[in-house]
Design a protein around this ligand. Structure first.
Ligand code: FES
Length: 104
């Protein structure tokens, strides 16, 4: 699946990632170093915050209570917010724009 990542500088990068990775891993593997992912993808740091194209949100696996609670600790949370380590790369993301969340 292929999706577009918008960096904090506003640069758009098209990423072709393997299904099975998390979006966090796919962004990191593409060499974009703006996602700290301090907890290594364990849903406990919230440094992997992204905004997902609203048109694609409903097709993603729903967020867990833990993810929701962590997102609440982020200033720029909005209705498009997800933690990228909790979103699997899948065909459901094909063509989506994913914007890296603000530096907290
Ligand atoms: Fe820590 Fe996603 S990498 S919550």
């Amino acid at each position: 699946p292929q999706f577009i990542v918008v960096t904090r500088e506003g640069e758009e990068r098209s990423i072709d990632a393997d299904a099975g990775l998390s979006v966090m891993e796919a962004i990191r593997d593409a060499g974009i170093d703006e996602i700290l992912a301090l907890c290594g993808g364990n849903c406990s740091c919230a440094t992997c915050h992204v905004h997902i194209d609203p048109a694609y949100l409903d097709a993603l696996p729903p967020m867990s209570e833990d993810e929701n609670d962590l997102l609440d600790s982020i200033d720029d949370r909005d209705e498009t917010s997800r933690l990228s380590c909790q979103v699997p790369v899948s065909a459901a993301l094909d063509g989506a724009r994913i914007t890296i969340g603000a530096d907290e």
